[in-house]
Ligand binder design. Structure first.
Ligand code: NAP
Length: 312
């Protein structure tokens, strides 16, 4: 099969589009014919060796997948050959940047039927991150005020939509390139972080601050002062410490997305009921994935990119 792999960690140049063996599913696993493999910023961190994810070389990147079940391993219930599925699959195992991938059956759920199967790869880990940040970490409730810093990216797009659906008042940042996405996602207030100080724009306290952007520790601490007493600061960016304020009862939670097939199935249902939009910025042939890594390194990837392998 065709796959993108790296045989050593390093810059985007270590990625090779090459032939690899078709994987065989083990117990509890299925093999998928990949329809879409979504790129995530963490793919660059794993390829570069910066993230503590213990991959075996050569490694096939890609932990978000959509595809069709092609073979079943032993001890698999509930899935059949021909099923269209999506999943957030283990980051340390060989991934979806290939014509075939093996995945734990329990990480997979039926794919949305209302959008193209390849596009559905843009949902799993990003949608789960947004959901886990808002509801597991922050316990967001109807009527609360939420500030999303870095709402212009894929996680932010889902976070704004899910928070609005939950009845929150959402204040979100967006540069001009992201403004329409964030407005369409339902933000009540949009602050252009390239022209306006968020501290000046947000004068009333918020219940929850969700940070998705690469800000400095000082800027993050200053923003946390806008969280009301007893509120929550949540972050997906572990490189910057998440500030708390014990004196005021403000909690800090740094989240690491974890697989959750039940919540993923709920997100799929929202997609099919028209309540959650899967935004795909670009679809590229799998052979172009190394270029996507290069563009990401140069800060030129905006929105979710899905790599599509050649038909089998
Ligand atoms: N911990 C976890 O489990 C987990 C899981 C998923 C993602 N993540 C991380 O969470 C972050 C968000 O993910 P993503 O896929 O949505 O990333 P992304 O594509 O990098 O989007 C982040 C967005 O933040 C905005 N931004 C950049 N600099 C900013 C600044 N100084 N102030 C405010 N906004 C700024 C940008 O939009 P505009 O500038 O156009 O507004 C950008 O699109 C990434 O760092 C990702 O690695 C972590």
């Amino acid at each position: 099969m065709k796959a993108v792999r790296f045989h050593e960690t390093g810059g985007p140049e270590v990625l090779r589009y090459e032939d690899a063996d078709v994987p065989t599913p083990g117990a509890g696993q299925v093999r998928l014919r990949v329809a879409g493999s979504a790129f995530n910023p963490a793919d660059g961190g794993i390829r570069g060796g910066f993230l503590p994810i213990p991959v075996t070389l050569p490694h096939v990147p890609g932990y978000d997948v959509s595809g069709t079940v092609d073979a079943l391993g032993p001890e698999v219930d509930g899935l059949a050959v021909g099923d269209d599925v999506v999943g957030f699959i283990p980051m340390a195992a060989d991934g979806s940047a290939a014509q075939f991938v093996v995945a734990p059956a329990d990480a997979l759920v039926p794919a949305p039927t209302s959008i193209p199967l390849a596009d559905a790869a843009g949902l799993p880990s990003v949608g789960l991150t947004a959901s886990q940040a808002l509801f597991e970490a922050a316990g967001l409730r109807s009527g609360q005020r939420l500030l999303v810093n870095g709402a212009g990216g894929p996680v932010g797009g889902y976070a704004v939509q899910l928070a609005k659906r939950a009845g929150a008042h959402v204040i979100a940042t967006a540069s001009p390139r992201s403004r329409s996405l964030v407005v369409d996602a339902g933000a009540d207030e949009v602050v252009d972080h390239t022209t306006t100080s968020l501290l000046d724009a947000v004068t009333e306290p918020v219940d929850v601050l969700l940070n998705l952007a690469p800000i400095t520790p000082d800027d993050f601490a200053a923003l946390a002062a806008r969280v009301r007493d007893g509120g929550v600061v949540v972050s997906t960016t572990p490189r910057v410490p998440t500030p708390s304020d014990e004196a005021r009862g403000v909690r800090a939670v740094t989240i690491y997305v974890h697989p959750d097939a039940a919540v993923l199935a709920d997100l799929v249902a929202l997609v099919d009921s028209g309540e959650l939009h899967v935004a795909i910025a670009d679809r590229v042939p799998l052979s172009d994935l190394p270029t996507v890594h290069q563009r990401a390194e140069a800060g030129q990837v905006h929105g979710k990119v899905v790599a599509i392998p050649p038909a089998v």
